[in-house]
Structure formats: structure tokens, C-alpha cells
Design a protein around this ligand. Structure first.
Ligand SMILES: [Zn+2]
Length: 442
């Protein structure tokens, strides 16, 4: 009896030791490397894999064929800080809709902290000044560099690619989490050769963020023709971003890291070109601002994964996908059901309203504003959100209104706002943001 018990205990002990040994001996399956690549302001519809012109994004489209392509992925906000804060923490990130204060990333545990706590080497390289120490994004990263020079002579030598390559070539000797936040295709839509002019942009309109802001504020509206030109320039800049993505993926392959690495490519939000009267981002919750590309390459050793994932997916669920694949021993296989809802929110500084939206798996999407305005769209029949059907389907309005992000999650200022230092202000001004103005301008 006792002997059997001791034998059983010994067996359990040996089993546990085996599990721990596997875990800490660097089994790439149990603890795969993770690479997260975010293209700033890259709307899904511009990618070949999502029905856009394949000439724009050949690298992403090729990557998507080796990955699970999420067909309906939504950012949780059309602004960098709130969206990235949601992605990294897995929570709906709060924001402070008051004039003159800056956002700060939510004080939730970020996936970088989770992985660092589990022994991962963690590094982030950002080209976007919003994704900086100022806003708390360095939490959990051993290495955190903000490099705002946008381009060099070719995408292969773009500073962010070079920095990541340097970091990758210095083997940390343990699993790693690498987060790269590219600025392109975000304005200014001014890529280097050979991308400049590739899709016919003739340079006849300024493409910097300051020009877009002048239009947003009504001080100097753009004509419809100008906006058409800007859309071309944007596509050229997206092709540039795509090439940088290709360089990073090539580097992973050259170092024989790609196969068993969890590689995620997505965007923090999209970009509008007057589809609903607005340009750039940060002001509405229509598809052009919140629908993003998402492709996830699972470690090959974790088994087969679906080629496509059709249900509505929130980008914030990446937090759980990464945690599942790295710290809970749950392999990638399939992303699993996510509840079939995607929520988003934003403070529109021009209308001075908070907007919240929820998109259901059957394609019904409700957008509700704090002034009581309600819009309902049936995306399956009306993907461009032209026909508000809230009057025809009141029962769906009621049901979805109860599923918006709750007020306390939307407005709880869990982190005190921080004043911006002059360097950050200068960086943001260079991108055309009125950094002293109301939040929402990212
Ligand atoms: Zn952004």
C-alpha cells in the first residue's frame, strides 16, 4: 500500500520534473519565440489578402498563406495608444476624454510583463512616438527603443529593421518576445524609392499629418481629387511598410527562427479617405478606421492551424492567444471561439462625443454616441455602412446596445494622465499632431 503510494508520488515527481525540465530547457514547442509586428494605420481592405490590390502587399499576402488569416479582425480603438494598450493587456483600455491631458496605457498586466515574468527576453522597437516610455509602453520590456526616423535609403536598411536585426543576431539564449511597431503607412505618405510614385501619386498635394489635420479642423479642406491623390500616396506608403515586413520575415528565416516562432502581423487601426466625411483616423468607428489585417503564424511544432478564421475577432484577444501558446502550454491549433463580438470606442474631439460600437458575428454593427445618436448597419449586405437600419431593426439595436463596452471600462482613468515632455511634443508635431490639444489625435 505505502510502497504503491510512494511509487505513485515518485512517478508524479519524475513527471513534474520532466515537465519543468522541458519548460526550462528551452523546448521551442512549450515556449516558442513570439514576434509581433504592427503596421500603423493599415486598414484591412488595402491588403491583397482582404480583396485589395495584390500589388500593394505581396509580403503580407505571402505570409498570410503560411498563417491563419483572420478575415474579420477589429481594433478596439482607431487610435494608437488605446488600441495598442488593448492588444498588449487584453482589456478594453480606458481613456480620458478631457481636453489638455494625454493618454497613458492602461495599468493592466501587459503580455510583455507576463512573458518577462516567465523568463522570456523581451524587446520592443517602435517608430511611433505614441508607443513610447512617455505613455507607459516600455513596461515589461528589457529592451525598449523608440526610433522615429521613418526611412533610410531602402527598406532593408530602415532603422527599425536594422535595430531588430541587431537584436536578433545577439542570441539571448532563452525564448524571446519581439514587438516591432512600424510607423508606415501612417502619414506622412512619403515613402522612399522605389515606392514613391509606384501607384501614380504625382506629389501635387502635401501628404503630411499637418495637412490632414488642417482638413479635419476645417481650416483648409481638401478637395475630393486631392483625397484621391492622397489615397494613392497612402497605398505607396503601405507598399513600403509591406517591404519592411518582408525584410523582417526574411531575417527570421535566415536565422532559422521562423518555423517554430509565433509570428503575428496586424495593425493598430485603419485609415479613412472621406468614406464617411473624415480623413486619417482617431475620430469614427466605421470599418475603414477599425477593421485591421491580422495573420498569425503558429509554431510549426505545435501542429496544424486553420488557414482562415471567419468569426469576428477582437485584436485584444491576441493577449490570450500569446499567453496560451507560451505560458499555459496550450498550443496554437485553432484560435478558438471568441464570443463572436468585436467592440471598439473612441472620443471624437471634433464632435466632442464618445462613440462606442459592437459588431456581431452575423454582421450587424451598432455605433452609439454619447449624445444618443444610434446607427445600425448590416455589414453582410452593406459592407460600406451606407444604410442605417436602426429604424427597421429596433430589436437588434436593443440587444447590441446592451453589449457595448460598459461606461466604467470606457471612462475609468486607472492611470493618471501625464504631461508631455518637449521631446515627445516635438516628435508628435512632426507627424502633424496637435499634441497640446484634446486627446484622440493619435
Ligand atoms: Zn496608430
Amino acid at each position: 500500500m505505502w510502497r504503491a503510494r510512494i511509487a505513485a508520488l515518485l512517478a508524479i515527481g519524475i513527471g513534474l520534473a520532466g515537465v519543468l525540465w522541458t519548460r526550462f530547457a528551452g523546448d521551442p514547442c512549450a515556449r516558442p519565440n513570439v514576434v509581433l509586428i504592427v503596421l500603423d494605420a493599415a486598414g484591412a481592405r488595402h491588403f491583397g489578402a482582404y480583396g485589395g490590390d495584390p500589388a500593394t502587399t505581396p509580403e503580407f499576402d505571402a505570409f498570410a498563406k503560411e498563417a491563419t488569416l483572420f478575415l474579420r479582425a477589429y481594433a478596439q480603438a482607431p487610435t494608437t495608444i488605446v488600441s495598442m494598450s488593448s492588444l498588449l493587456t487584453g482589456k478594453y483600455a480606458p481613456f480620458v476624454p478631457a481636453d489638455g491631458v494625454a493618454y497613458r496605457a492602461a495599468d493592466e498586466m501587459s503580455i510583455a510583463e507576463v512573458l518577462a515574468g516567465d523568463g522570456y527576453a523581451t524587446a520592443a522597437f517602435s517608430q511611433n512616438p505614441w508607443v513610447s516610455e512617455t505613455f507607459g509602453f516600455d513596461r515589461g520590456f528589457d529592451t525598449f527603443e523608440v526610433e522615429t526616423s521613418k526611412w533610410a535609403e531602402s527598406p532593408e536598411t530602415a532603422p527599425i529593421v536594422a535595430a531588430a536585426t541587431r537584436w536578433l543576431s545577439d542570441d539571448p539564449g532563452r525564448p524571446f518576445f519581439l514587438y516591432l511597431h512600424l510607423l508606415a503607412p501612417h502619414a506622412p505618405y512619403a515613402p522612399p524609392a522605389p515606392f514613391a510614385g509606384r501607384f501614380g501619386f504625382d506629389g501635387s498635394v502635401r501628404t503630411d499629418g499637418g495637412r490632414l489635420l488642417e482638413h479635419q479642423q476645417g481650416s483648409r479642406p481638401l478637395t475630393a481629387e486631392d483625397v484621391g491623390r492622397l489615397a494613392r500616396a497612402y497605398r505607396e506608403n503601405l507598399a513600403f511598410a509591406d517591404a519592411q515586413l518582408g525584410s523582417i520575415l526574411d531575417r527570421l528565416r535566415e536565422q532559422d527562427l521562423f518555423g517554430d516562432t509565433l509570428v503575428i502581423v496586424t495593425a493598430d487601426h485603419g485609415e479613412a479617405f472621406l468614406e464617411h466625411g473624415r480623413i486619417a483616423h482617431a475620430t469614427t468607428l466605421y470599418e475603414e478606421m477599425v477593421r485591421v489585417p491580422l495573420a498569425v503564424h503558429w509554431p510549426a511544432c505545435q501542429g496544424a492551424a486553420p488557414a482562415q478564421w471567419a468569426p469576428v475577432t477582437e485584436v485584444r484577444t491576441l493577449h490570450r492567444m500569446i499567453a496560451d501558446a507560451t505560458t499555459r502550454g496550450v498550443v496554437g491549433r485553432a484560435p478558438g471561439p471568441r464570443g463572436g463580438l468585436a467592440r471598439a470606442m473612441v472620443y471624437d474631439p471634433f464632435r466632442k462625443k464618445v462613440l462606442r460600437s459592437v459588431t456581431r458575428d452575423d454582421g450587424y454593427k451598432l455605433i452609439a454616441a454619447t449624445d444618443g445618436t444610434i446607427e445600425l448597419y448590416a455589414l453582410k449586405d452593406d459592407p460600406e455602412e451606407r444604410h442605417d437600419v436602426s429604424g427597421e431593426r429596433p430589436e437588434i439595436v436593443v440587444e447590441l446596445a446592451g453589449r457595448l463596452v460598459p461606461d466604467d471600462a470606457a471612462f475609468a482613468a486607472t492611470a493618471p494622465p501625464k504631461a508631455l515632455d518637449t521631446t515627445t511634443k516635438a516628435r508628435l508635431r512632426a507627424l502633424g499632431y496637435a499634441a497640446d490639444g484634446p486627446p484622440g489625435r493619435d
